[in-house]
Design a protein around this ligand. Structure first.
Ligand SMILES: C[S@@+](CC[C@H](N)C(=O)[O-])C[C@H]1O[C@@H](n2cnc3c(N)ncnc32)[C@H](O)[C@@H]1O
Length: 218
């Protein structure tokens, strides 16, 4: 298990935390947590404010392929694939890779990139419909923290099971009280979040031995 930022090439997200704090209501949290149209393509206070392909995953896909030494014929799983943008860029980064995405959102899958047709399935990270060690690598970016704690443990155990530990997750974290306060102002959908030490304990509880990095709003 290693901490490695395979997402280092992504553009830095600009977050207007004060506006989010002022706008956030229980109703917005409820609607965002359905992962429907509002969350992906509605106003910014409900989530992304427009989840569109812009090529940002191209260098990430290259880094994933290089880090895990992926080759044509290998199978890769992206849990929480949303509209399949990383699936698409993994297909391009390594021709012959067999890439599969899974997401709970019917809206995201219905509006997925056309190049992912036949590769995306609807389901939950807690119960992956795949055999043990079916994948050379499994990814879950900003996804497993959207479950309550017991579900997050199950999802991490599932990632371990289907990948044999060749896995990578990014999860919401904070290193001190100030970062935690900013996170709590910003968060809409994450139900499990903790300090890095808390996450390490959770990884151990799940038997998750893959790699990780943090989303920290500094
Ligand atoms: C913050 S978005 C991240 C999307 C994508 N991985 C990315 O980094 O751009 C979280 C994604 O997880 C999906 N999701 C939430 N709960 C899930 C669950 N229990 N199982 C699978 N996917 C889930 C949402 O529909 C959404 O696509």
């Amino acid at each position: 298990m290693a901490e490695i930022d395979l997402l280092r090439s992504l553009p830095k997200t600009r977050r207007d935390v004060a506006s989010r704090r002022a706008a956030k209501t229980a109703e917005i949290v409820r609607v965002a947590s359905r992962f429907g149209q509002e969350y992906f393509d509605g106003p910014r206070e409900y989530g992304y404010g427009g989840y569109r392909y812009d090529g940002r995953w191209v260098p990430v896909a290259r880094d994933v392929v290089a880090h895990y030494g992926l080759r044509a014929g290998d199978r890769v799983l992206d849990v929480g694939c949303a509209k399949g943008f990383l699936v698409r860029d993994l297909l391009d980064a390594c021709p012959g890779l067999d890439v599969v995405g899974l997401d709970i959102s019917a809206y995201a899958l219905a509006n997925a990139d056309a190049r992912c047709r036949g590769r995306l399935v609807r389901g939950t990270a807690e119960f992956l419909p795949f055999a043990d060690r079916a994948f050379a690598c499994a990814l879950a970016l900003d996804t497993v923290h959207n479950l309550p704690r017991d579900g997050t443990v199950r999802a991490l155990a599932e990632l371990q099971r289907v990948s044999g530990g060749r896995a990578f997750v990014r999860v919401d974290s904070y290193r001190n009280a100030a970062e935690k306060a900013v996170f709590e102002d910003w968060v809409l959908t994450a139900r499990t979040h903790d300090s890095p030490d808390g996450w390490h304990a959770l990884f151990a509880e799940a038997g998750y031995r893959g790699d990780h990095c943090w989303t920290i709003i500094a």
